[in-house]
Design a protein around this ligand. Sequence first.
Ligand SMILES: Cc1ncc(COP(=O)(O)O)c(C=O)c1O
Length: 495
Amino acid sequence: MRKNILKINQNVAPVSDAMEKYARDGALAFHTPGHKQGLGAHPLLSKLITRDGLRQEVSLMEELDDLHDPQGCIKAAEELAAELWGASDTLFMINGTTSAIQAMILGTLSPGDQVLVPRNAHRSIIGGLILAGAVPVYLQPEIIEPIGIAGCLSVETVQSAIEKYPEAKALIAVYPTYYGMAGNLGEIADLLHGKNMLLLVDEAHGAHLKFAASISGMPKQALDLGADVVAQSTHKVLGSLTQTSMLHIGSSMVLKAKIRKAASLLQTTSPNQLLLASLDIARLQMAEEGQERLKKAVDMADWLRKEINNISGLYCVGEEIIDKTNTFALDRTRIVVNLTGLGVHGYEAEDILRHQYKVQCELSDNYNMVFIISMADTEETVSRLLEVLQCLARDHGMPLMPLQPPPDVLFRPNNMAISPRDAFFGTGERMRFDEAVGCVSAETVAFYPPGVPVLCPGEIISAALIEAVRKQQEQHLRVVGPEDSALEYIRVIKK
Ligand SMILES: Cc1ncc(COP(=O)(O)O)c(C=O)c1O
């Protein structure tokens, strides 16, 4: 376990300080951006970003540093973040965790490298494999039967994959899942490192875990369990602007310079300084009061979970699933409400909550809704959520129509004919999806959210998969990935 004794003064915000300094200096702007510090901005934009914000919305000036070769305020901010999260190096990423994950893969793997990937990987991981040319061996996560979703990889699954694929270079773990389930990452890290394999972690939903470390039962963050590289969505659960993430390097088994080179390939040469400042300020906020805020969020979520479980027809997932499902720990700030007892689909409940009660969940699937309780919530917001769930159960239940579990085939890997990269660059042709049985897909098909692929490039399309996808579409779940999002047609590799 990494010790985290803070040595640097965390009570500073170098990026926004530098922006303010440049604006205060009053240099007459003959440079980008075209709105010239707000002078030419449309009033709507000024209202949105504020005059102050626009005055500071410049980049590439000497005092604002260079994201691609940080030496000044960005370097200072990244060092502060590395110290706070306990990384040996941290990179600020402004194209979401998608680019952080892709830089992690491109910076550690080479064309032809075998890599172990859970089937419930986000589509950004498949994108990273296409970029790097690494070849996935898909592993089957545990299915959380009571609520019909994919959970974590078990230690046994990883152990047997390591034995079967000794040449594999790494495992990419999703930790925790969108639904807050965390596998036994510490043991998995030991197994992988015992064979010189890397542990790369998509911790998109776990940037807050560092600050919940002292709360009993909460999952530890991946860096503290031995992960080599970790991509975190600061924007998803902490206080930075959407699109901002961090890429943390945890070990000396990877080359920092190569990961920085990969990140540089994937990021803009005109980084938005507001985004960078927001990452730094989110770090400052967590340094100041992260632990207290997280403690409060977990306490409120625990209360809410208990109350939801008193509502007839609703089941809110709690720590009882841990023994049954290979889940090692549960992020209790994720409120997963299962609706099977009510006979209402997740997407129907989402619609009711949004339009009748003005409450928006994070995600819904066939049978569940997921709500995030973050450090921003208060007793009032959490009580309001409970109130509307009580109304939902009282007014909208149809218990005479039991819901069917989602088709198994959606969680299982399809047979792979060629690598994702070869499929991406292969010669494709359009074909009616319903007639594509036996063809090799050139595209990714996922339902969003959560963006977990049900078909990856290079995989063979089966009749069972087509049938299951059509059933999901009938339930108005949104397809993402293919050129034709209605999926009348799909691109397949030309025979
Ligand atoms: C598990 C997981 N990984 C990666 C991502 C990509 O993150 P971003 O939207 O910041 O690019 C998401 C987004 O929902 C996700 O859920």
